[in-house]
Design a protein around this ligand. Structure first.
Ligand SMILES: [Ca+2]
Length: 140
């Protein structure tokens, strides 16, 4: 599902692709460490100035990719979610990216966030909580 990708139909040379992943920065150190999981369902966007070129969602492993991107200068960014603080890349948290025809495509456009409120178990696992509520072991 890549809304807007059909807009990339102009003839501008050798189309490119990019990919990366969205991870949960459990220890908040602004780096992807072994064992830190991917985050599913986050929206990653390619912007050209203020114009959205394409967007996609991270998959079950936190991975995402874009294909058929025309050469040009873009900004890659994530859509923030309530309760999360972005820790990677550094402020402003976006990637300036210039895609050149025939040049290797970047595959490490990664984003990291950590959960920034104190209710992590309850809010991060609503399905788990709902199950407990249904089972009567937790009273909401
Ligand atoms: Ca980390």
């Amino acid at each position: 599902m890549v809304p807007g990708s059909s807009d990339l139909s102009w003839d501008a040379g050798f189309y490119s692709s990019i990919s990366g992943m969205k991870f949960e920065d459990l220890n908040g150190n602004s780096a992807k460490d072994i064992g830190e999981p991917g985050l599913t369902g986050w929206i990653i966007k390619i912007m050209s100035g203020a114009t959205e070129i394409a967007s996609t969602q991270t998959d079950a492993d936190g991975a995402y990719s874009f294909t058929d991107i025309a050469p040009g200068s873009y900004t890659i960014e994530e859509v923030a979610q309530s309760g999360w603080t972005q820790s990677y890349p550094a402020t402003p948290g976006t990637y300036p990216l210039t895609l050149v025809s025939g040049v290797a495509r970047p595959t490490n456009i990664d984003f990291g966030n950590y959960w920034s409120t104190g209710l992590s178990g309850m809010k991060r696992h609503p399905v788990w909580l709902a199950e407990l509520l249904r089972a009567g072991s937790v009273h909401g």
